[in-house]
Design a protein around this ligand. Structure first.
Ligand code: ADP
Length: 388
């Protein structure tokens, strides 16, 4: 078995922090390239380099001590990563796959165009006139997106009519070190709900899918997931898992792939976007699946056999904790934990700011409604608000 033992993680957010926890269990060494000394993962990892992931000298120096490079975020420029690969370093997922998580235009061309997978109608719009023509053809509203550099809803605009077409061009587009940022017009999908499927693909091409999740977004941020997605036939769930596996295979992903989807009123789904790293909609797997997404991502990138993706309980709800009562996470958790000993918390070690993801709580059990209610009550309590 060709395994690598020192894993370099680019990005020091909570995903790297939770990967580190899984790395401890596997006895893998971790090096971290963090954007600042006090970010979430840099507070716990011992071997930390602080620097800019877009700076070639920094990345090369960091990578020299690693057997394999992987990611907490997708902002590493693909040209730079391709240079590391060409120099013989293992980069997983590789830049040829990763670019589809960085660039929505390339993702749509590949998935919707070449592979014929279900996507909303879309086109690149060079100016407001082209965006207007797109909206007049597909119908209003329209969703405009920056092809690169967006996150948590930044770089996504809902345009209600032709009068709004100047908005994405007037606002400064996100900056991306990886390539030019285009404006994409997308058909507005009147979705009934959002879904996510997480698959993991190993070095040998074998891949597994986690159960499909229902996800709830508020203000561009994931606030809740329930797994498995309630009220969906086994056939449809299987088809969504097959879609995820097909994408991972076609793009040659090594590691985790999260596919965000929108469900149309007729039950059909379209792909919204991809992520190639552990994903917020997979946090439930820490407590709710036999092998967490973090462990399986690491297993894949170092060349270990993948672990079972089966759920441990019939239902699992993860609820994000945004902001909070105080900076004392453990203290805040005390009375929540006393009221419901079955809850599982993860706090990310971040300073408190209104609306900022500070952690999440997971509840699991036999009854979907009860599990959801428990997670909501706990998160609302931790956020210092009345129950949602
Ligand atoms: P980000 O890269 O910031 O996560 P997304 O592309 O995921 O941006 O879009 C953010 C949210 O906007 C989605 O979760 C969804 O709620 C909504 N959205 C995105 N695309 C469409 C669309 N074509 N039609 C309707 N809503 C959309």
């Amino acid at each position: 078995m060709n395994t690598a033992h020192t894993v370099g993680i680019i990005g020091g957010g909570q995903l790297a922090r939770m990967m580190y926890e899984a790395a401890i269990g596997l006895d893998l060494a971790v090096r971290l390239l963090a954007e600042a000394p006090d970010v979430s993962a840099a507070r716990v990892v011992r071997d930390v380099t602080v620097g800019d992931c877009a700076d070639p000298a920094t990345v090369k120096g960091f990578a020299a001590g690693c057997d394999v490079i992987t990611f907490d975020h997708e902002h590493g420029p693909t040209g730079l990563l391709a240079g590391l690969e060409a120099a013989g370093l293992a980069v997983r997922p590789g830049p040829a796959a990763l670019v589809h998580a960085q660039d929505k235009r390339l993702m749509r061309e590949r998935l919707g165009g070449e592979l014929g997978l279900p996507c909303p109608a879309w086109r690149v719009c060079a100016d407001a006139g082209e965006l207007r023509a797109f909206g007049d053809r597909t119908g209003w509203p329209v969703v405009a997106k920056a092809s690169r550099g967006g996150y948590d809803g930044h770089g996504v605009w809902r345009l209600d009519g032709p009068d709004d077409v100047g908005i994405p061009f007037a606002e400064s587009l996100p900056v991306s070190a990886g390539g030019p940022v285009a404006v994409i017009g997308e058909e507005f999908v009147d979705f009934t709900r959002e879904l996510s499927v997480i698959v993991v693909r190993g070095l040998d091409g074998r891949a597994l899918s986690y159960p499909v999740s229902e996800t709830v977004q508020a203000g561009g941020v994931c606030v809740e997931t329930t797994t498995p997605v309630p009220g969906m036939s086994e056939d449809r769930k299987n088809a969504i898992q097959a879609l995820g596996l097909r994408i991972a295979d076609a793009l040659g992903v090594v590691g985790l792939l999260a596919v965000e989807l929108m469900e149309r009123p007729d039950g059909g789904v379209v792909v919204n976007e991809l992520a190639m790293r552990p994903h917020n909609t997979g946090h439930w797997t820490i407590d709710g699946a036999v092998t967490s997404q973090f462990e399986n991502h690491l297993r894949a990138v170092v060349g270990l056999p993948l672990g079972s993706t089966a759920a441990r309980a019939p239902w699992c709800t993860m609820r994000n904790v945004l902001g909070g009562r105080s900076a004392d996470s453990a203290g805040d958790f005390a009375h929540v934990a006393a009221a419901d000993p079955g809850l599982r918390p993860q706090f990310y070690g971040k300073s408190l700011r209104p609306g900022r993801k500070r952690g999440h709580v997971t509840a699991y059990g036999d009854d979907c409604d009860q599990v959801r209610a428990r997670a909501r009550t706990a998160a609302a309590d931790l956020m210092g608000r009345p129950d949602v």
